[in-house]
Design a protein around this ligand. Sequence first.
Ligand code: C5P
Length: 300
Amino acid sequence: MTPVHVRVPGKVNLALCVGGTDEQGYHELGTVFQAVSLCDEIVAEPLPAGEFRLAFQGEGAAFLPVDDTNLATRAAKLVASHYGVDSGVALTIRKRIPVAGGMAGGSADAAGTLLACSELWGIHAPREELRTLAAQLGSDVPFLLVGGTVHGTGRGEKLAPIPARGTYHWVFALSHGGLSTPAVFREFDRRSSPRPTQLPEALVGALLAGDVPGVGAALMNDLQEAAISLQPTLQRTLQLGLDAGALGAIISGSGPTCAFLVGDEDEAQRLGQTLAVFSGVRAVRSATGPVAGAQVMIEQ
Ligand code: C5P
């Protein structure tokens, strides 16, 4: 068995409409995901049956648990038990997606691990099957197998592609510290009453037309106020980007990463320089979307 390398993207939510809760406390969502070129890389190597090891490198590696609670380990064990595989795996994950940043870094690693283990162990499971397993691990995991620009409903796991035109240039301002997704949803519940999860028509129309300024103007996130109330500096970060000419500014998912849409690579670079000097910003990254979901990388 030769090692398998997988690349998996992070995501930004162009719209995130949050409705009422189901019997398990999960919120009904209406969202538009876009996969972006800020990617984690996973190497899966064979180990004897029953041995599962995990190590991280790069962005936030020191803060991540490497025991059985990690979603990547749970993904590997789920593939092994579902397909009755008698092998183990050593996973090494190089992180670029910010940890606890609202860009689905943990879900991306789980999605990439499902694919990596399926290939390493010779299962070659169809994407549809992996998506079913992904939904058992978390609401964002199925999307990271699919990629592109997608309308998500249910808990975020029911997916319908949107044939968006154009390339979208993003600047991401990473914050000091992360935000806990359950804590942001709790704050949302404290502040708001449930409402219908209807996506803004202007956003979908602008995506279909490749109207990048139109997309920028239509970005929306029902969790934004809750995230800002937990990290008030985020309001200033968003305003700084808008004042510097971004076409749109939004908190990514449950935050605290702030996402700015700009017209091209030069604008991304200029905006990045402006944001990087603000004390509320830990680091800046630029990326484009949409990109594909988790992919096996062919070694040169
Ligand atoms: O599904 P996932 O494990 O990524 O969700 C993390 C947490 O976010 C959940 O435990 C829940 O508190 C919250 N959540 C929610 N409704 C969703 C998705 C996530 O309340 N649709």
